[in-house]
Write a protein that binds this ligand. Structure first.
Ligand code: DGT
Ligand code: CA
Ligand code: CA
Ligand code: ZN
Length: 583
């Protein structure tokens, strides 16, 4: 995604939030939010566009075009600076509180004088919120629960944010003279859904200039520790970054050590000790003679310990050491195995790109097939109708003739609180693929939620349950459901579960992917793209599936089209049919 689009979108989003929290006109707030989404998803880099060209971006009017131009020219916007000055910093931090929202943040600020998250927690504790207009005991308790849930996430950031930051810093460090290599390690390299801090490694015989460049980089707000080979900084966004500079000859052992996980490293060190060896970030050594046995590459170190190289995404000591010892490491799914994306949107509903642009981008990625799954009528804000769906189908069929890629016309249904769905079976039968997901009523009890999802799983037209737990990292906890029961039903009925690649979802997560696979469930790794740039998120979904030890065989969108189509037809497996016939 072009950085200038990103920066302008963030500016507009902040504008919207500050307007909202200072009690601004809701229509104006929404206009800024919509423009932020459009600018973020805009296909071309907006750097250098003049006001007129900016005005031509959908949802960006003359007024906002002027603001964006001012921002591009001067790096700030005067009106935004004024707003920033008006709203106390503590009040702004209320916007970060999940489940509060700008309108209510404004309300607690105005009516209760709450000016910080701490004061909000006090107000919750003293049950002062329930007496506000439009609140009640229930909404107060819901907010308390969101706050508790989010706190579980602590100060961790999303993988994509950490990875973006890591790549930005690495790009500048690897360009320095004397640098042999530079890479990220830690939880980012293991592709954990959230990361606590960013660990970077640089191979160089001359650490000093690397440290200097690192500690004086523009995005550094504060240097926490500066040493000759090890430094830690805090970025302007409050993220900690640790850098180690190591000898190029010890690159492999350093990578191994700093990638972790800690549990994985402990197991490796135990194996070394049993062999009379010692493993550290400096290498694998013979204890008796002190001789260096391996250090240059991870492969060498693993090989000396009698292990095959273990992919970082499964280094969690959950069986990978045993598997490597016995030569039974899983064949993990790779990005290049994917033949298509099975959950995407267009501007017919809440996407920001046209059907044609999304398809062109999918084709450019080398996909063989591509599903368009816009929202269905029950998500009423999206204004989908039967007629629009049928018109889209026609448009897709026409486009397909020249597109050079197989297009699947699908839809994303809304699983209602009672498990019912949009459209009847006749209408649903007209789609090539049907995705269904929960978008509301996330707090049902475990039994109700389980029954609700089971009803969708067992529907004869539903092919994929999208973002099954509904979690939103740092904002919303996963729904409570009996996943093992859902997995058994999905395996039985030939319904796939999704690994949603969106960085704020990564849902199912690695652990649930693993449990699903053990139950015989097939998975789909999809982006849920609402913009062309979101198609790039596939790498996060693939990594998440890897963390659940999934192989290409488990993932329906690695399959050839004919096999995928048989799965989507959702006939019971042959043995099940035979079984039924003979009894
Ligand atoms: P995070 O930052 O919480 O997302 O998770 P990690 O895994 O990146 O943890 P971090 O940053 O504390 O450490 C990075 C890696 O360095 C970790 O995965 C393994 C290694 N490491 C750090 N401290 C220790 C330790 O005390 N013992 C061992 N064996 N390894 C460590
Ligand atoms: Ca880390
Ligand atoms: Ca660290
Ligand atoms: Zn979707």
């Amino acid at each position: 995604m072009p950085r200038s689009n990103d920066a302008a979108a963030r500016m507009l989003q902040e504008f919207a939030e500050l307007l909202a929290i200072s009690g601004g006109d809701p229509f104006k707030v929404r206009a800024y939010e919509k423009a932020a989404r459009m600018v973020e998803g805009y296909g071309a880099d907006i750097a250098g566009l003049d006001e007129k060209a900016l005005d031509a971006i959908p949802s960006v009017g003359a007024h906002l075009a002027r603001k964006i131009a001012e921002f591009q020219r001067t790096g700030s916007v005067e009106e935004l600076e004024d707003l920033r000055a008006q709203v106390p910093a503590g009040v702004r931090s209320l916007l970060e509180v999940p489940g509060l929202g700008p309108k209510r943040a404004h309300q607690v600020y105005e009516e209760l004088g709450v000016t910080s998250v701490g004061e909000l927690l006090d107000a919750l504790h003293e049950h002062r919120l329930q007496h506000l207009d439009g609140w009640g005991a229930r909404s107060e308790e819901n907010l308390a629960k969101s706050v508790r849930d989010a706190h579980l996430g602590g100060d961790r950031i999303q993988l994509a944010v950490g990875l973006g930051l890591a790549e930005e810093i690495l790009a500048s460090l690897s360009a320095l003279p004397g640098v042999h290599g530079a890479d990220y390690a830690g939880s980012i390299r293991r592709m954990c859904a959230t990361v606590g801090d960013i660990d970077l490694l640089v191979a160089s015989e001359e650490p000093e200039p690397v440290m200097e460049a690192f500690c004086t980089a523009p995005l550094v707000a504060r240097v926490l520790v500066r040493g000759s080979t090890k430094s830690s900084v805090l970025t302007t966004k409050g993220v900690q970054v640790d850098l180690r500079v190591v000898e190029p000859s010890a690159w492999g052992s350093a990578q191994l050590y700093f990638t972790g996980s800690k549990a994985h490293n402990i197991r490796l060190r135990e194996i070394a000790v049993r062999m009379g060896e010692k493993l550290s970030e400096y290498g694998l050594f013979d204890v008796a003679t002190g001789r260096l046995l391996a250090a240059a590459t991870e492969q060498e170190v693993y090989a000396h310990l009698g292990l095959a190289w273990i992919p970082p995404t499964i280094r969690e000591d959950t069986g990978e050491i045993e598997a490597a010892l016995s030569g039974e490491l899983p064949d993990l799914v790779e990005l290049t195995d994917l033949r298509g994306d099975l959950h995407t949107h267009t501007d017919l509903t809440d996407g920001v790109a046209t059907l044609e642009d999304m398809v062109t981008a999918a084709k450019a990625r080398g996909y063989r097939y591509y599903a368009i799954t816009d929202h269905a009528p029950l998500l009423y804000m999206q204004r989908m109708t039967d007629q629009k769906a049928l018109e889209q189908r026609e448009r897709i069929r026409r486009l397909e003739r020249s597109a050079g890629i197989t297009l699947l016309h699908g839809t994303e249904l809304n699983i209602q609180p009672d498990g019912s769905l949009d459209w009847d079976a006749d209408f649903l039968a007209g789609f090539d693929i049907v995705v269904a997901s929960v978008h509301s009523a996330f707090r049902q009890s475990r039994d109700v939620m389980t029954a609700r999802i089971l009803r969708a799983v067992e529907h004869p037209c539903v092919n994929v349950i999208a973002h099954p737990t509904g979690r939103s990292l740092g904002r919303r906890a996963p729904v409570d459901a009996d996943w093992d029961e859902i997995f058994r039903a999905a395996a039985r009925s030939g319904t796939a579960l999704e690994v949603n690649s969106s960085p704020d979802r990564l849902d199912l997560d690695g652990d649930l992917v693993r449990r699903a696979r053990h139950a015989g469930v097939r998975l789909a790794i999809s982006t849920d793209a609402h913009a062309v740039t979101h198609l790039d998120n596939m790498r996060f979904g693939v990594a998440t599936a890897q963390r659940g030890w999934a192989g290409p065989e488990d993932i329906i969108n690695t399959w050839p089209l004919a096999r995928l189509r048989r799965f989507l037809a959702k006939h019971p497996p042959a043995h099940a049919r035979a079984g039924r016939g003979s009894k």
